[in-house]
Design a protein around this ligand. Structure first.
Ligand code: G3P
Length: 212
């Protein structure tokens, strides 16, 4: 199953009163189970109302004195069973990635761990990641997609992931069905997209046109 992950980031279109109305717009018959939506951490309580949400970040700590941290246990209590980690806009030190992967495995929690290049893809796979999302930082938020700009890197990243039994998602600049089809042809298992949906005039239409 080819996966579509929409990252709501913290755009004005997805914050405040807009979160729920955007999530309602993105709800459709194609939704489940290939669609996941990464909500801001202040909106994870919506996991009780919407089935397909993941968090944009999670920490590795458990219950205790950890001011400001986001617990997997707490996300799970809201029905959130997965999270992005190490996004280019929220980078995490490697030892923390490693301990978060170990904890996620114990709790059956699904991490999508972002990588910025091939070296990091390999490093993250070696830590035991099951899903890696390759996103070249310089293409994030732009109009030239990773699929058009870095096809050879995607192929190599797929190979690396496969050799560790992991799946590769690709993201950055994805705006068209063609971007998605190329990504799939190159061996990716899914896409990670944000502005192409969240900032589109019609997010429902934009999302549908990307789902294959
Ligand atoms: O997490 C998705 C992301 O960083 C890509 O953003 O706006 O280029 O689709 P965008």
């Amino acid at each position: 199953m080819f996966q579509t992950v929409v990252n709501l980031k913290t755009y004005s279109e997805s914050m405040g009163q807009n979160t729920v109305s955007l999530l309602r717009k993105l709800r459709n018959e194609k939704s489940s189970p290939s669609l996941k939506i990464a909500v801001p951490v202040t909106r994870v309580h919506l996991g009780k109302e919407f089935e397909n949400l993941i968090s944009q970040h999670v920490d590795s700590v458990s219950f205790g004195a950890h001011t400001g941290h986001i617990l997997m246990e707490d996300l799970i209590s809201f029905g959130i069973k997965g999270s992005l980690l190490n996004h280019s806009e929220k980078r995490i030190p490697k030892p923390i990635i490693k301990s978060t992967i170990a904890k996620a495995a114990e709790l059956d929690f699904n991490l999508i761990i972002c990588s910025k290049d091939l070296d990091e893809t390999k490093e993250i796979c070696q830590m035991g990641a099951t899903v890696v999302a390759y996103e070249p930082p310089e293409l994030i938020g732009g109009d030239i997609s990773v699929a058009i700009s870095k096809p050879h890197i995607i192929e190599q990243a797929v190979e690396i992931c496969q050799s560790y039994g992991a799946r590769l998602l690709v993201g950055a600049g994805i705006k068209t069905k063609k971007d998605v089809e190329i990504s799939r042809e190159l061996g990716a298992s899914g896409i990670l997209v944000s502005s192409g949906v969240v900032k589109a005039k019609d997010p429902f239409y934009a999302l549908n046109s990307l789902m294959i």
